[in-house]
Write a protein that binds this ligand. Sequence first.
Ligand SMILES: Cc1cc2nc3c(=O)[nH]c(=O)nc-3n(C[C@H](O)[C@H](O)[C@H](O)COP(=O)(O)O)c2cc1C
Length: 531
Amino acid sequence: MPTPSTTTILNYHNRTKHTLERYAKSPDTLDWDDQPDPFRRFSGCEVVPLPRPGAMLQTLFAQFDTPHLIPKQPLNRASLGLLLELSFGLSAWKAYGPNRWSLRCNPSSGNLHPTEAYLINTDGMLMKPGLYHYVSYDHHLEQRCQFADPSNDVGLLIGLSSVHWREAWKYGERAYRYCQHDTGHALGALRYAAATLGWSIELVTRYSDDETAFLLGLNRSHDFIDNEHEFPDFICRIHTRSNHAPLPAQALLEAARDGVWSGKADSLRAYHLYKWPVIDEVAHAAKKWHTADANWQAAPQHLIKSVCHTSAVDIIRSRRSAQHFDGTLSPLPSSDFYRMLSAVLPAAKIPFDSWPWSPKVHLFIFVHRVEGLPSGLYALPRSTDVLQKLKAATLADFAWQTVSDDLPLYQLYPGDFRQTAKTLSCRQAIAGDSAFSLAMLAEFSEPLEEQAWNYRRLFWECGLIGQVLYLEAEAAGVRGTGIGCFFDDSVHEIFGIKDNSFQSLYHFTVGRPLEDQRLQTLPAYGHLPAL
Ligand SMILES: Cc1cc2nc3c(=O)[nH]c(=O)nc-3n(C[C@H](O)[C@H](O)[C@H](O)COP(=O)(O)O)c2cc1C
């Protein structure tokens, strides 16, 4: 029997499906002057500057294959600054005529950036123990809370939250899904950034949403303007050394309770003309009420080694979404294709070493132009036990023919799917002009029946996979783009899915990008005052 929460979530999920006939509810018109500020600031906080962004590190992208061998950088303001910059900081500004907009190391649907990042520091040598909010525009920290008892040194933690309304302003009801994708991308961005420094991260699963909100000060409703509050996502512990003691989860909550708080969130400067109550409803239904420890670990897998000996920092800073692909250029080498697929398998490799749950998301791939591989529809189940379920849930005439000895890749149906892929992804040409595009098919009803909040987790897993594809594409000299806009049930129909056992939650596309020569690229932090 579905619980009331699961029913609310299923209703939300169904009503926010795009169909060939109509899009999910969103504003009739967009008032660009009303766009919420993508940069949150708190007034009345002490500001902690970080060293100027743009520093380099020796780590090469290929070293991500063996993250435990990357030399550990000492924890100081410079390394902390790099961690934040390479996860959530600016990567460039783009200009077209009088318009100027910034891009960040973490991608975001519509470049609206609902994700906010907080730092919990307990190392008194680094800065005063307490909670800080990261402002990516200024690349500095705002101290929200000073902890009273500095004796509990557990190192660094990063907390993420989402301002749903920033995304809903443009995308209306479907925005809640995109916020969750963005959180998954942000987790991936954080894991890659930590790896450049030889550090690892641990997603702390035991905190409930209320505890996360408490630790990050998000429950202090009088510090936020109505409709502009933040929803807790999760907290990650950053392991900068190998010998960290277990996290005293309760002691941290007490430190926040007894700390001295300061600051109020500035207005995001918008009029809130539209209201989307269904987003608050689903956020409540998908709340993580109970604390639960999770520590699932992937079995070691055969991985195809990276051949990218470019600086990891350069790859992270140059990650971009392709806006157009050249469908006439040479096909993608199959070695690059297989390496990208290998990188999304749940193995002990980053970023999945920090994902504490068993994989629930599987790829259905439209191969358009990959050297030596017939075009057609392929499947990459990311766990062995899902194969029979997938076969049972999809079209009976899929061949499920093994393609490679090294990867669980199956050819389902040969043919030219360029037009189909484009149509399914809201008629966006990027899904058909690329080398390949794909649908992320999540096991759906079972995880939801287990716990309603798993709804969010499924989208996070999709975002995490997307972040791997973004960086692997960049490392292979091509480019990717996340696709949140697709006609949900038309995708299911093409695959033969008739119920909620599986649902497509995210799409992605990879190929040779066409650069828009009209756009000017400016440095990420040219606006900061010279030292
Ligand atoms: C969850 C998500 C969904 C997205 N959906 C689309 C999409 O449907 N179409 C598209 O062209 N770009 C899409 N993008 C790409 C964003 O527009 C892009 O990340 C944003 O403009 C920032 O640019 P950057 O990735 O180059 O930093 C999506 C990105 C994310 C993270």
